[in-house]
Design a protein around this ligand. Sequence first.
Ligand SMILES: [Cu+2]
Length: 135
Amino acid sequence: MRQPFARVTVLLACPLLWLSCSKQPSALTQIQQQHSGEYIVTLLNDTGALKQRSNKLTLEVRSAASNELADVTNLQIQTSMRMPGMGPMFGNVSSTRQVAPGRYDFDADFSMAGQWTFLVTFDPKGRVQFNLSAQ
Ligand SMILES: [Cu+2]
């Protein structure tokens, strides 16, 4: 009598585990990916596109060799737009929230649509630039 009951429990538990595990990473779409030395840096969000005004973004830093998330430190993000005839305009970027080693959430707000440059730096020796269009 016990055997069938155990099987039913396993059958019910598997889809629930699968749902909870696959939920977060697969919900995000890549916006752009860049390499920096031994690292691969990927910018993601729910749509795969950057927009004017407020954005919820995720940045992932992975080892190029293993593709595992890399536990880097001192990650900084600066966004700017080149404006003809004047100094650069800066985007409004929140501080980063580390949600896992090598994975960071942050908010960015762009007052203008157009070409924005993301400069991402981290230790040790990480530096990448994303050139993105905010629509
Ligand atoms: Cu501008």
